[in-house]
Design a protein around this ligand. Structure first.
Ligand code: HEM
Length: 86
């Protein structure tokens, strides 16, 4: 829940890049995308391209109109911070 949000460094993000444990960041917000994978209209494969990394650019290129904050609110993990700030 929102009471336990994490400060996520790029190296932490990179550790979560498998189908069963996939995180991705969008505009500084980090989401656990694993529960959403089966529901993504663009398919699991497309969404897995951003697992463990920043998905902001690919997200904006494919569907800037989609409200990710609203859709994945329950999957919010935390916020990106710089490597030394953890
Ligand atoms: C379609 C959500 C990430 C590629 C869609 C649609 C939604 C959605 C709601 C349907 C949009 C519409 O029909 O207007 C999300 C969410 C994402 C995400 C919540 C982040 C967690 C991505 C990423 C990519 C991607 C990172 C590319 C690497 C696509 C493509 C479609 C699509 C290609 C079009 C599928 C089609 O119409 O055949 N996504 N998406 N999505 N998404 Fe995503």
């Amino acid at each position: 829940g929102t009471d336990s949000l994490l400060r996520v460094t790029p190296s932490m993000l990179k550790e979560h890049r498998t189908r069963d444990d996939a995180w991705s960041s969008f505009s500084g917000k980090v989401y656990n995308i694993t529960p959403y994978l089966p529901y993504h209209p663009g398919g699991e494969k497309e969404l897995m391209r951003v697992a463990g990394r920043d998905g902001t650019k690919l997200f904006a290129l494919t569907h800037a109109w989609v409200n990710i904050d609203y859709m994945l609110d329950e999957c919010l993990v935390g916020f990106m911070v710089s490597e030394s700030a953890s």
